[in-house]
Structure formats: C-alpha cells, structure tokens
Design a protein around this ligand. Structure first.
Ligand code: NAD
Ligand code: TYD
Length: 351
C-alpha cells in the first residue's frame, strides 16, 4: 500500500540510514526527508539515493511552525518518523537552550501539525518518535532499562529528550494521536559525526593524535550497529502497537576504555602499525560533568512481540565501521573542516 512518510532529521547519522532503508525497500512509498542541515546534517550521507523517484528532500526547521504546517498541507502525510534533534551530550552541557528549542519546541510543533492535519481521520496515521535510553538516567553495576523504568534524565540532552517523550505521550492521551516511541542505546556505524566517541577516536588514531578518555574510562555504554537500529525502526513503524514504547539495544555493554582498546587493536592492523602503537595515544582527560555511569537496555519486548533481533556481532560491526571511515576519507575531511576545528579546540583544549 502506498504511503507518504515524513522523516525528520534524515540527513543526520541514524536518519540517513532510516531514509535509505525506506526509500530502497518501499518503492511504493513517498519518503519526504525534512532536515535543516545543522552541522550534524549532511546530504552527502544520502547521495546514493538522490534522484530516486520516491525520495524528496525539504530543507526546513522543525521549530518553524509555518514551515512544518506547509509540509503537512503539501504532502498529506500518513506517518511521521521523527529523528531530528540536537543529539550530543557535551554540546548540551555548553548550550542547553539549543536542545530545548529543537528537541522540545520542535517536537511539539510537529505534534501540533499532526494533530491539526489528522484530526478528522486518525486511522492508519502514526507519529513515531525516536528517543534514547538516556531518558532513564544512569544504572549502577547491575540491572537493565525496561520500558517501565522511571524517567530520570541527568543531562540537558536527556532532559530535553525526556520532555519530548512526555509531550508525545500527552498528545496520545489528550488528543488520541496515534503514537509509538522507541528508546535506543548508543548507535555506531558509518556516517556518525566525529564528535561522538567512536568516530572521534577513529579520526585521532588515524592521525596519531591523543584519544581523550573522560575520567577513568569506566563508564559503560550498550552499543548497537546503526543499521540494526534502522531495521528495528522499520519493524516498529509497520508492526508497533499504537501507544506503546519499545526499548532497543545491542545487549552489548562495553566500558569506554575496553572499547577504545579494541578499536586501537583493529586500527593497528588496518594501518600496518606495531601492536600497541594506537593504544599509546589513550589519554585520560577531565570527566564530563554529571557523566552517566552505565546504560544497558533490555530489548526483550521488541524481540518477543515484534521478532526483532540485531544482525551483527560487535566485532563485525566495529570492523565494518572502521572500513567505512577508511574508505570515506573525503566524507570525514568535509565534516571536520570549518567549525569542527573550533569545536574540538574548545572542548579538548587543542589536544
Ligand atoms: P545527528 O545529530 O547525527 O542528526 C540529527 C539530524 O537532525 C541532523 O541531520 C540535523 O541537521 C537535524 N536537525 C537538527 N535540528 C533540526 C531542526 N531544528 N530542524 C530540522 N532538522 C534538524 O543525530 P543522530 O545520532 O542521528 O540521532 C537521531 C535521533 O536518534 C535523535 O532524536 C537522537 O536523540 C536519537 N538517538 C540517537 C542515538 C545515538 O546513539 N546517536 C541513540 C538513541 C537515540
Ligand atoms: P558519546 O559518543 O558522546 O555518547 P553518549 O554520551 O550519548 O553516551 O560518548 C560515549 C561515551 O564515551 C560516554 O561515556 C562519554 C565517553 N567519551 C569519552 O570518553 N571521550 C570523548 O571524547 C567522547 C566524545 C566521549
């Protein structure tokens, strides 16, 4: 059946994998990618599908209510998959307001448009909000985040995402808007902006620069390959139950230091370096303010109810990711030119 779907933030890291998947798998759908192209958005991420008849790009800001309404008017969307966000915790510590603007106001602008344009017939409509496990706060040594874990966000980023999740549920309760929310763990893979741990470390290792590890490197994240997140999003969009939340994770916990040692070992091989050369770049730096200790997701609901499972082992996914960055030097160079240097120097004091 034909559908017109709005995907927000489709030029970003995860969004570009979701847009590509939907455009290629569903030629009968029309996919409209709405993205304002912040520093994190890059149309290069989608150049392989540019020109496909079922793909349209619209440059617009989700906080611009007029622009959002115009797109709903123009395309008569059947569904929204909402990924556009400010997504980096360190930036949220520097400038919380930018996160409130996009993640909260922007989400509410989209919800308002959906409510307005769908009010006469909500059947077969869906507002799918992509969220993060960070809304649940930080775990101790044991336990996993489940869908009913209480929200306890601890960074400006996660507080803004939590707020947007609450608005999505409030619109479901108040206006009967059909919604679904997924909360996913840390993603990695091709096209991730090199402000996040893995691509930042890759770039530094490649250039024999210090690898900044916050605190003692003992913080734990649960890593999922980005295409496995995209496959989960596809499944939830088509099979998820109205009003439900699904957690998505890789069942793949790593301390930052162990993960970086693994990455260093792969890079030594790929770069033809003596074992241990890349690891000698590891440098412990001042900890992130309010640094969440551990995230870990229980994905059993989406696995049991929708039959999702991740396709890749971490070792395969990490190697695939390194290969992609090696083969896409031009992409990396283009995103780290300009503003990136100023950002890096401010955050890492020119290390
Ligand atoms: P990203 O920063 O790589 O991409 C965000 C995209 O949104 C960019 O293309 C950017 O241009 C666009 N954007 C930002 N502000 C906008 C605005 N006001 N109007 C229109 N477009 C705007 O982010 P990502 O890592 O791909 O994350 C995508 C979504 O997934 C976010 O909602 C994030 O909270 C969520 N998420 C991310 C992870 C992760 O590990 N990266 C994990 C779980 C959930
Ligand atoms: P990040 O990729 O920013 O994702 P998030 O904070 O959303 O989990 O960071 C992943 C982990 O790596 C987190 O514990 C912070 C840590 N980290 C470093 O140690 N050094 C760095 O330079 C960065 C960017 C992150």
């Amino acid at each position: 059946m034909s559908k017109t779907i709005l995907i927000t933030g489709g030029a970003g890291f995860i969004g570009s994998h979701v847009v590509r998947r939907f455009v290629n798998r569903y030629p009968e759908y029309k996919i409209v990618n709405m993205d304002v192209l912040t520093y994190a958005g890059n149309l290069e991420n989608l150049k392989d599908i540019d020109g496909k008849p079922n793909y349209i790009f619209e440059k617009a800001d989700i906080t611009d209510e007029e622009a959002v309404n115009k797109l709903f008017e123009k395309y008569n969307f059947d569904g929204v998959i909402h990924l556009a966000a400010e997504s980096h915790v360190d930036r949220s510590i520097e400038d919380p307001m930018a996160f409130i603007r996009t993640n909260v106001f922007g989400t509410v602008a989209l919800l308002n448009a959906a409510r307005t344009y769908w009010k006469d017939n909500m059947e077969n409509k869906l507002f799918y909000h992509i969220s993060t496990d960070e809304v649940y706060g930080s775990l101790g040594d044991t336990g996993l985040f489940v869908e009913t874990t209480s929200y306890d966000p601890k960074s400006p980023y996660s507080a803004a995402k939590a707020s947007s999740d609450h608005f999505v549920r409030a619109y479901h309760n108040t206006y009967k808007l059909p919604i679904v929310i997924t909360n996913c763990s840390n993603n990695y893979g091709p096209n991730q902006f090199p402000e996040k741990l893995i691509p930042l470390a890759f770039n530094n290792i490649k250039n024999m620069k210090q690898i900044p590890i916050y605190g003692k490197g003992e913080n734990i994240r649960d890593w999922l390959f980005v295409e496995d997140h995209a496959s989960a999003i596809d499944l939830v969009y088509h099979k998820g139950k109205n009003g439900e939340t699904y957690n998505i994770g890789g069942n793949n916990e790593w301390t930052n230091i162990d993960l970086i040692r693994e990455l260093c070992a792969i890079m030594d091989k790929k770069m033809g370096r003596d074992a241990g050369t890349s690891a000698s770049l590891i440098t412990f730096v001042k900890d992130r303010a309010g640094h969440d200790m551990r995230y870990a997701i229980d994905s059993s609901k989406i696995m049991r109810e929708l039959g999702w499972e991740p396709s890749l082992q971490f070792s395969e996914g990490l190697e695939k990711t390194v290969d992609w960055y090696m083969e896409n030097e031009e992409w990396l160079q283009s995103v780290i030119s300009g503003d990136y240097q100023a950002y890096y120097n401010q955050m890492y004091k020119g290390r």
